[in-house]
Design a protein around this ligand. Structure first.
Ligand code: NAD
Length: 488
């Protein structure tokens, strides 16, 4: 059956469908960037809240500021904005049709319809997932990139903006002028301090064209930080076929892992749904949750993907199934990372290691080693180097941390252990490769990349450990090096 309100009742009984009457929903949230992640994560929390019979005036209106979003709008409107979610659990698939989204504004170059929708006082939250790179942050210093052509355009044309931020500012202006009060701006992107980043961009842009409005926004609008976590792959032919195999003709089904986390700072200037009733965590300290995720999950991804690449293992689940990579991951997480992570309410670092081991090992999730190894030049400094600095400062073990940096240096030499070539997989691949070649004879050269390692290169014990590991990797190979570390 073509998915629609009409056909919901004819779906197989094993498929969970909305338990609320969708006709009673009314809009409260505009979400910009209707990718798969939003539909697998935030839209699901709201849907389950509606199932519980509460907050029915917080339904989602979808939106997009890029021409490509019009195709998603067409697909979703043709199926009453319903989404099929397929949970990829090793014990079996679970299927649920969610109904928390009720409309999708037209996608237009000047964003007129989007601005009008956000100016409606019924809308109390404008949320977004526009990717980590979508916030106009200058890479060198993390400041607002006021010189970007998109930003220059919106500063000069505040009534016909191209960016989500320009549209938000135009809508806030209309609300201020009409006496309607502000809405909360909520980022759900995978960015540390995502609310702070969104605030910086919105205020930065507003101040370019209308500082008075900028001051009003600063005074009245809130930008809660949040930590989001759930692996949601893109939709391809396999996902479409999977939905059809359950008798659902959905033009845009979403698959996701059987784990979700959403930790939200309670800073909503115009109210919010009670997401905590369906599993979200509301807290004053998002930072502690972010630190646990970045140091254990994101750093852990590098710990398994870099050796996996060298051993020509295609997926993260495949890496976890390799006994030596698994042993490296477990020992490094337990002995050298966990000492630098604080527990958060409901989760110790040790329990978190077990959780991510299970998640990474899920063979249903096809997450490629190449994708996770991508962009080491920002991921190693972002995820691993702060741990190395803490370990040096506190005198805790560094052998495994030095080994993983040596494995990355070995990987950047550009060949796998079977001799095959690793295609460029970093914005700075050429520089990394040149340095990795030099490090083959003089390992310290790798750590002397000042912009990546800073003062780590001055720590003699770390340099010595790294040098020994890189020499061993080149002379005896990866498995020998790992087994010397793990003792297995
Ligand atoms: P997706 O490719 O399915 O969708 C991305 C959406 O963002 C599209 O609507 C696209 O038009 C829009 N977009 C992209 N760049 C933009 C820009 N510069 N300005 C405005 N809109 C833009 O991606 P997704 O899987 O939905 O992931 C989106 C984001 O969600 C990620 O970048 C990440 O921050 C977060 N996230 C995703 C996952 C995941 O596993 N997919 C996990 C955690 C967090």
């Amino acid at each position: 059956h073509k998915l629609s309100n009409e056909t919901l009742s004819s779906l197989d009984n094993a498929i969970r469908v909305p338990r609320y009457d969708r006709a009673t929903l009314s809009p409260g949230i505009v979400h910009i960037g209707l990718g798969n992640f939003h539909r697998g994560h935030q839209a699901w929390y709201l849907h389950r809240l509606f199932d519980a019979g509460v907050d029915l005036d917080w339904a989602i209106v979808g939106a997009g500021v890029r021409a490509g979003d019009a195709a998603m709008r067409d697909r979703l409107l043709a199926q009453d904005c319903l989404t099929t979610l397929i949970e990829l659990d090793p014990s079996g698939h679970r299927i649920e049709v969610t109904g928390s989204m009720i409309d999708f504004v037209p996608v237009e170059e000047d964003n007129g319809a989007l601005i009008a929708q956000m100016a409606d006082p019924a809308i109390r939250i404008v949320a977004m997932t526009v990717t980590e790179g979508g916030y106009y942050i200058a890479p060198a210093d993390g400041a607002f990139d006021a010189d970007h052509p998109d930003i220059q355009h919106d500063a000069a044309n505040p009534d016909a903006p191209h960016t989500a931020f320009g549209a938000i500012i135009a809508a806030l202006k209309a609300r201020r002028d009409a006496g309607h009060g502000p809405f909360t701006c909520q980022s759900c992107d995978n960015l540390q301090g995502n609310g702070d980043a969104l605030r910086q961009t919105v205020l930065g842009l507003a101040n370019l064209s209308d500082p008075e409005l900028g001051a009003w926004i600063e005074e009245n609008v809130t930008f809660p930080n949040s930590m989001v976590d759930c692996i949601v792959p893109a939709t391809g032919p396999n996902e479409l076929a999977l939905a059809r195999s359950f008798g659902i003709d959905d033009a845009a089904p979403v698959t996701h892992e059987s784990y979700r986390q959403w930790v939200i700072e309670d800073k909503f200037c115009a109210g919010r749904p009670q997401w905590e009733r369906v599993g979200a965590t509301i807290t004053d300290d998002v930072h502690a949750f972010e630190a646990m995720k970045i140091r254990m999950l994101n750093a852990g991804h590098q710990v398994i993907a870099n050796p996996g690449e060298l051993l020509s293992i295609g997926t993260i689940a495949g890496c976890m199934a390799d006994p030596s990579i698994n042993a490296l991951f477990m020992k490094l997480e337990r002995e050298e990372i966990a000492p630098h992570v604080d527990p958060v309410p409901g989760m110790t670092p040790e329990a978190y290691i077990d959780l991510i081991e299970t998640r990474f090992s899920n063979p249903e999730i096809i997450d490629t080693t190449r994708r996770v190894s991508f962009d080491g030049s920002s991921r190693h400094p972002g995820f691993l180097h702060p741990i190395i600095r803490d370990a040096i400062a506190k005198g805790t073990p560094i052998q495994g941390l030095a080994l993983i940096e040596a494995i990355w240096a070995r990987m950047c030499a550009g060949t796998r252990e079977d001799g095959s070539v690793i295609e460029p997989n970093d914005p700075f691949w050429d520089d990394l490769t040149a340095c990795a070649q030099e490090a083959k004879t003089r390992p310290a050269a790798w750590l002397e990349q000042e912009h990546l390692y800073g003062d780590i290169a001055e720590n003699e014990a770390f340099v010595a450990a790294f040098t020994e590991w890189l020499d061993l990797l080149w002379s005896d190979g990866l498995r020998r090096a790992i087994s010397r570390y793990t003792g297995a």
